[in-house]
Design a binder for this molecule. Structure first.
Ligand code: SAM
Length: 338
């Protein structure tokens, strides 16, 4: 392991971006994520307390070199202590960048308190511009709330406001240009995410997924140009959209996260913490390392940091979706945190 104590692995990658899942519960039932009846939720006593979450974020920032923290879930806005957790993370030195991935329900009301607590930015998930399709896709009639959440985030200054979209063949893949136009018209940055084998129902089918190549073909009319800004460790490949600027007056961009067909594991800088205190070194990891047990048995910050380093050292070179031996992880996306 490296002497400087960062979250390194055997392939030379260093994790500086921490994804923290605050709950496995969600108020939507997106078909590619969760069954309509929901899942057996994590028992409360297994979930980290607010103080435990904050302690682990502090260890990550102060001892392990983490510079960015993204809150996710489940649906992070339904975590009661969210504003307190964000404020505590914002008070750390060096101050990490703070963002959240949310379905946007309730964001209209929460955006300003979150901004005041120190949140920098949001990603809001939106797969359709049609309220009736939204209901089919999520089994909930909350489309208008998501649109209000987006607007609330922009007016609270949680910018750039990014939109995450998953396209499914025959369901919403005809909406790629309309979703991009919506984002351009409102100054939001759109990211298409390839559908991954992380659904609780295990129904994902590679031959049915909408690929990055197909998404780009459907956006041909926009004459997208390669982004001159280097991608770095970002999961999204981005393109400039000629003729449009974003809310800050910069050239507008659109991104595609081709996790399946254009994997970016070689540049991965992420480490993940589940709501029950397990470190995952990859979305697709089949193993986890238990930090909650350490916290509750009185371990010191040094011991927790060492366990986290060891967990990351074992990270595989790639997610292996194309490997014939690939096994979908037991935890679905909602219990890992996207
Ligand atoms: N509830 C929040 C939300 O909707 O953004 C945060 C959690 S959700 C799991 C995070 C992101 O993962 C969302 O953008 C969602 O669309 C995406 N997602 C969920 N299941 C997915 C899958 N099987 N493949 C690709 N993306 C998925």
């Amino acid at each position: 392991m490296r002497a400087d104590g960062v979250l390194a692995d055997r392939f030379g990658r260093v994790a500086t971006d921490l994804r923290v899942s605050l709950t496995d519960r969600c108020n939507l039932r997106c078909t590619y994520c969760m069954p309509e009846e929901g899942l057996a939720w994590m028992p409360r006593e297994q979930q980290l307390t607010d103080d435990e979450v904050v302690r682990l974020i502090r260890v990550a920032v102060e001892r392990l070199g983490v510079t960015e923290v993204r809150f996710t879930g489940g649906e992070p806005l339904i975590r009661r202590g969210l504003v307190t957790i964000v404020a505590a993370a914002a008070a750390l030195e060096p101050r990490p960048k703070l963002s959240i991935t949310t379905n946007g329900i309730g964001l209209e009301r929460m955006a300003q308190p979150l901004r005041d607590a120190g949140l920098d930015r949001v990603n809001v998930s939106l797969d359709t511009l049609s309220a009736s399709r939204f209901q089919q896709l999520t089994h909930r009639d909350r489309h208008a709330d998501v649109l209000k959440g987006l607007a609330g985030a922009a007016s609270a200054g949680l910018t750039p406001v990014k939109i995450n979209t998953v396209l499914m063949r025959g369901i919403n893949d005809d909406e790629a240009p309309a979703l991009l136009q919506f984002a351009l018209d409102h100054g939001y940055e759109l990211r298409f995410i390839e559908q991954m084998p992380l659904d609780a129902q295990h129904k994902w089918d590679r031959h049915e997924m909408v690929t990055a190549a197909a998404i780009l073909t459907s956006l041909e009319r926009y004459g997208l140009l390669p982004d001159p800004v280097s991608r770095g460790t970002a999961p999204a490949e981005t393109w400039l959209v000629p003729g449009y600027v974003d809310a800050a007056g910069q050239p507008a961009r659109v991104g595609v996260i081709g996790s399946v067909t254009r994997p970016f594991c070689g540049d991965c800088d992420r480490t993940r913490l589940t709501a029950d205190g397990q470190v995952r070194n990859c979305l697709f990891a089949t193993g986890e390392s238990d930090l909650r047990g350490l916290l509750r048995s009185g371990a010191s910050d040094d011991e927790v940091a060492d366990a986290w380093r060891a967990a990351m050292w074992g990270k595989k070179a790639g997610h292996g979706i194309d490997d014939p031996t690939f096994l979908q992880p037991a935890r679905p996306m909602s219990a890992i945190g996207g």
